[in-house]
Design a protein around this ligand. Structure first.
Ligand SMILES: *[C@@H]1O[C@H](CO)[C@@H](O)[C@H](O)[C@H]1NC(C)=O
Ligand SMILES: *[C@@H]1O[C@H](CO)[C@@H](O)[C@H](O)[C@H]1NC(C)=O
Length: 423
């Protein structure tokens, strides 16, 4: 997996900004997939930086090699300016928005976090969250952050603080896993991760795929690709060299089947990264999740192209329930079980989105492909405003869309799809 072949296509995924449901007049995305090769920009010890896409649409793909510390150091060296800008922009964004959010009804930040900010201020609220999770954080993760800090000159504590983002915010996203009778090629798995999270903040300006190549000497896992932002090492979106990938949805509409939430445990963005970096099969991930000190209400998805299957997970401190196509919940005419598919849109029981999602999946049942998903599924459900990935776990392709950057042209929401193969 030393070589990344990238292309890009345009995707028109309009934001699902209202609670009502997708726009009934949503149009298919007819932009072609492009297959331009990534451009090598520069290289340093243990890092190679490429860009994919052109002009406004360009974004970084960086490969890093070595021990956890070395990989962090390599990213902090080759992308020193960009990482510094991202971290400082995020910090400013938090300062600017969090106080305002205390009295607003927009559920971007978790309520308990806003209360901590009101009581103690932003720095201390985040430091409390670091304390609540550090015990459950992998050493490799902290080593990589230290490397990033040492090379970039960013403060390690500030880096740790912005890595709490996943725990303190909620994104109402969408996912599916499709396999078996749902897909045209027997034994293959296709998976969607659509992130509806934030298009106001600085995140859209710093998209990055980081391809990790941990050295094989230690216990540092295997190669994987992480879609996030420059200077961010948690995982919300990515696929691994074990033909596995992750999806995730924040839940704000939990019912009584959901257990308690907790602040004390492993941040879910670190757990998702562990799945990419260390798990060999979906069974490893099931064990990992079942045995983890879990925190907040989430739906997760893990696909495995080797075993030809996918599991959705109802995830909280109190429960971990694993769903396939035979036992998927909730059940209703708005969320029918579909042979070879597990799916949710915008939460646990968002009927208006799930109805459209089910209809589009049924329309392509037996023929659910990346091309059909991009053209006529994501664009019609209108999910994935921040970014969006479609994983073809058998060809090792990840198709990626990112929201329009500030000052760029084109639609605001996830407009550019880059696809790349890890070969
Ligand atoms: C939030 O609202 C309360 C009550 O209206 C007010 O006292 C407080 O100053 C407001 N806080 C902020 C940060 O706007
Ligand atoms: C699968 O979808 C593609 C694209 O829409 C279409 O060209 C093809 O005919 C479909 N195949 C089947 C068997 O329906």
């Amino acid at each position: 997996m030393n070589r990344v072949v990238l292309g890009f296509l345009l995707i028109v995924a309009v934001v699902a900004s209202s609670n009502a449901g997708p726009d009934p007049h949503a149009k298919p995305n007819l932009n072609p997939i492009q297959t331009d090769k990534p451009l090598l920009v520069r290289q340093t010890k243990n890092a190679k930086l490429y860009t994919v896409g052109k002009g406004d649409d360009a974004f970084n793909v960086v490969h890093v090699w070595g021990s956890p510390y070395e990989m962090g150091f390599a990213q902090g060296t080759i992308l020193k300016e960009e990482a510094t800008k991202f971290v400082n922009d995020v910090w400013k964004y938090l300062e600017d928005t969090v106080v305002e959010a205390i009295n607003s009804t927009v559920p971007f930040f978790a309520g308990w976090f806003l209360k901590d900010v009101a009581d103690f201020g932003l720095d201390l609220a985040l430091d409390l969250e670091i304390l609540a999770t550090e015990k459950y954080t992998g050493k490799y993760f902290l080593d990589e952050l230290r490397g990033l800090a040492d090379a970039s000159g960013l403060s390690e504590q500030k880096l740790k603080r912005i890595h709490m983002l996943g725990e303190i915010t909620k994104g109402t996203c969408s996912m599916f896993g499709a396999w078996g009778k749902a897909v045209p090629v027997p034994g293959t798995v296709l998976q969607l991760r659509a992130l509806d999270w934030n298009v106001d903040g600085p995140f859209k300006n710093h998209p990055q795929v980081t391809v990790y190549h941990p050295d094989s000497s230690g216990d540092n896992g295997h190669d994987f690709a992480n879609l996030g932002w420059t200077g961010w090492i948690g995982s919300i979106t990515g696929m691994s060299s074990k033909q596995m990938a992750i999806s995730e949805i924040g839940i704000v509409d939990a019912d009584d089947t959901w257990g308690q939430e907790s602040r004390f445990g492993v941040p879910f963005t670190y757990l998702l990264r562990d799945i990419l970096q260390f798990d060999y099969t979906v069974d490893d991930s099931i064990n990992r999740i079942a045995n983890a000190h879990r925190t907040c209400h989430l739906l997760m998805g893990v696909g495995d192209g080797k075993l030809g299957t996918f599991r959705g997970v109802q995830y909280s401190a109190g429960v971990s329930n694993f769903y396939d196509d035979k036992n998927m919940l909730p059940q209703g005419d708005w969320h029918p079980r579909i042979d070879g598919a597990v799916y949710w849109s915008m939460g646990w029981q968002h009927k208006s989105f799930d109805t459209v999602f089910a209809r589009q999946l049924q329309k392509y049942h037996g023929n659910i492909t990346a091309a059909n998903t991009i053209r006529d599924l994501v664009s019609i459900i209108q999910s994935g405003d921040s970014h969006c990935a479609v994983y073809d776990l058998n060809q090792n392709y990840m198709y990626v869309a990112n929201a329009r950057k500030d000052g760029a042209s084109g639609p605001l929401q996830a407009t550019i799809e880059h696809s790349f193969a890890l070969t």
